[in-house]
Design a protein around this ligand. Sequence first.
Ligand SMILES: Nc1nc2c(ncn2[C@@H]2O[C@H](COP(=O)(O)OP(=O)(O)O)[C@@H](O)[C@H]2O)c(=O)[nH]1
Ligand SMILES: [Mg+2]
Length: 370
Amino acid sequence: MSKLRYSGNPFRRIKYIPPTKEILENAFQKAKKPRSRKKRKRLSREEKIAIDEGDKISTIAQEIIDKFSNIVNQFPWIYDIHPFYIEICDLIGSVDKIKRILGRVDGIANQIREIEREQIAKLHQTDHPLDMAQIRREASGRFSSLVRKAGGDIKYLIRTVKKLKTIPDFDIYSPTIVVAGAPNVGKSSLVKEISSGSPEVGEYPFTTKEIIFGHRDFRFIKVQIVDTPGLLDRPFKERNLIERQSIASIKYIADLIVFMFDMSSDTTITLDEQIHLLEDIRKEFLNAPTIKVLNKIDILSEKDRVNAQKLFEEHFQISLKDKKGLEQLIIELEKNINQIIKEEEKFREFFNLTIADEFISKEEEINYDI
Ligand SMILES: Nc1nc2c(ncn2[C@@H]2O[C@H](COP(=O)(O)OP(=O)(O)O)[C@@H](O)[C@H]2O)c(=O)[nH]1
Ligand SMILES: [Mg+2]
């Protein structure tokens, strides 16, 4: 992927979309104020009135055109939006509908310009002040009905943008670790433990589900850590369309999956089901390597831990409660992140760097105090 213009949530750049009622009110209000009066002394009364009425028409037209153009210009250019945000945008509303609406809004601005021209031409064809006022009123009427026609469209934009802005600011040029596993295994605890600062809780606005974003600097690489409660914790076949689509959007940002197991009596789904869930996630997130983590070893018997060795093969055993095993896990995360940065073109291009191998193989010298 070539470099995109926006990092973070591209919809947050949209500052304000005024409702059509406000656009009209402001435009008419502005037209009430008299324009400059210079160089008018030698003109006849009729000529002055024609100029005034023409000014009013142009002021209203210009105000409406400015507002409509501003709406269109505030939207990020579709080719500059990361697929993660496109996918979510399609869940919240419809990317196609937004495109069509912006096209219509742009079209209306052009029509307003056209009406302005027509009505001003008419002004010059009469010498009667009453006719002139009538021509201006006719212009106002035509502007109003055109703008009102866009009312529903603009309302849709306002509503959709409000929701779009609640999506977290995700940095598309930072590698992302996604934490998955059954409910209650300790996903949120892990994100909290390994993030610096407190994770940001955002929303997937189309469901009641949230998305939790944390960050951690692995030396000079800023990594995002994501927890998606209620999304990556149940078998995929049980999901509805919206949840499946949400998972599809996460696929675009997941570079590394941490899958957590719980063998304690806390567990909400059986170990077999947890293993199935992992298989599901592996299938779904084909391009992201998975690191398996067994949590809560503080309340596991030695027998369980030995069993886990057989069951999960290569995996990490930790206790978030006792802060055990975290150093090794973090070293493994960093190793994987370095590898991903080296291999993934999107990061290589952005960082524009070649990480020297000797830099990567020095983990043992670093103090992983957390
Ligand atoms: N005994 C023990 N409890 C833990 C450990 N990690 C998390 N928990 C508890 O497990 C419960 C669920 O943790 P949470 O992080 O919310 O899990 P999530 O649902 O996967 O996000 C909480 O009550 C935690 O305090 C651990 O290492 N040992
Ligand atoms: Mg949680």
